[in-house]
Design a protein around this ligand. Structure first.
Ligand SMILES: [Zn+2]
Length: 310
């Protein structure tokens, strides 16, 4: 039969170990918080600097001296820079095009152990003059050619995904980083999403393009059915005014939860098929296994094309 003393010894050890582990976990949490705070600060600093540059370009467009689009050019570079902040142990490709990965991580023997594709889409793009139909820089208030001041905004920019490399390197490319820039009420929004390359819908979508279309490129529209069905995870969001002042932001680089599915992208027959009633959005996990590819009219044979006469 154990004495009181025999019982006290293990209890003291347990108390000591509990205290020790509590201290350790506090230190680990403190370290992680500090690390993530530093990473967030670096991303905010980078974005602020980028938007300071863009605010100068926006001002130049507003003055419209030579009818030149200035703001939000060089987006490939911007996206690849952002990726190096989102994935701190990664490096970018020094290549100015070609077949290198956009962003990748090496092991100690310089072997690539993981890679990411970075895609940007900016819908702050030249607008069309309603009178003479010429293209006009987005922030330019007047058409220099005909002096008209009414325009049709064009928002057809999309994310371009090359289908063949996706399947050739699916074991290495872990995820896609999508950066979406758009205007809303005169404010500039920059959003970052991650889509895992093994997402089942995302793969069905790219495979359909790969096997059934002459074009090797998927043109993925932000907020579309195909985009939402691929389970995008929002990892950052920035809102700026045109002077480059940061108005609000959100950062969660390690967010592993897909955005809720916005049912407004569904047709009526799809709502019936997926059992959607009045819900504006539903958790992605509740619909992801039901989502089917839409019938897409691929023009396998484009037939004759003719040049537009001027
Ligand atoms: Zn005009």
């Amino acid at each position: 039969m154990a004495s009181d003393t025999d019982c006290d010894i293990p209890r003291q050890i347990i108390d000591f170990m509990n205290e020790y582990m509590t201290q350790q976990s506090i230190q680990i949490i403190d370290f992680m918080n500090e690390y993530m705070t530093q990473q967030s600060i670096q991303i905010i600093d980078f974005m602020n600097e980028y938007m300071t540059q863009q605010s100068i370009h926006i001002k130049n467009e507003k003055e419209g001296r030579k009818n030149r689009s200035k703001a939000f050019k060089g987006l490939v570079d911007f996206g690849e820079d952002v990726a190096t902040y989102v994935y701190p142990n990664s490096i970018g490709s020094a290549s100015k095009g070609g077949c290198a990965f956009d962003n990748f991580t090496l092991d100690e023997t310089c072997k690539i152990i993981s890679a990411r594709e970075v895609k940007t889409c900016c819908q702050i793009q030249p607008k069309e003059c309603n009178k003479c139909k010429n293209k006009v820089p987005y922030y330019q208030p007047l058409c220099i050619i005909c002096k008209n001041d009414t325009f049709t905004l064009i928002k057809d920019s999309r994310f371009s995904i090359s289908a063949k490399p996706h399947f050739d390197y699916i074991g290495i490319i872990e995820e896609y980083l999508f950066i979406y820039i758009y205007d809303e009420d005169g404010k500039i929004n920059i959003k970052g999403f991650v889509i895992k390359s093994d997402n089942p819908y995302f793969n069905k979508y790219i495979r359909n393009q790969y096997e059934n279309s002459k074009s090797p490129t998927c043109n993925l529209l932000p907020d579309s059915y195909d985009f939402q069905s691929s389970g995008p995870k929002l990892i950052f969001y920035f809102n700026y005014n045109q002077s480059g002042d940061l108005l609000s932001h959100y950062i969660d680089i390690h967010n592993d939860k897909s955005m809720d599915f916005n049912t407004q992208c569904l047709y009526i027959n799809e709502k019936i098929k997926y059992g959607i009633h009045d819900e504006v959005s539903i958790p992605y996990e509740e619909i992801q296994d039901k989502l089917e590819l839409r019938d897409k009219p691929f023009n396998k044979d484009r037939g004759k094309t003719s040049r537009i006469k001027k």
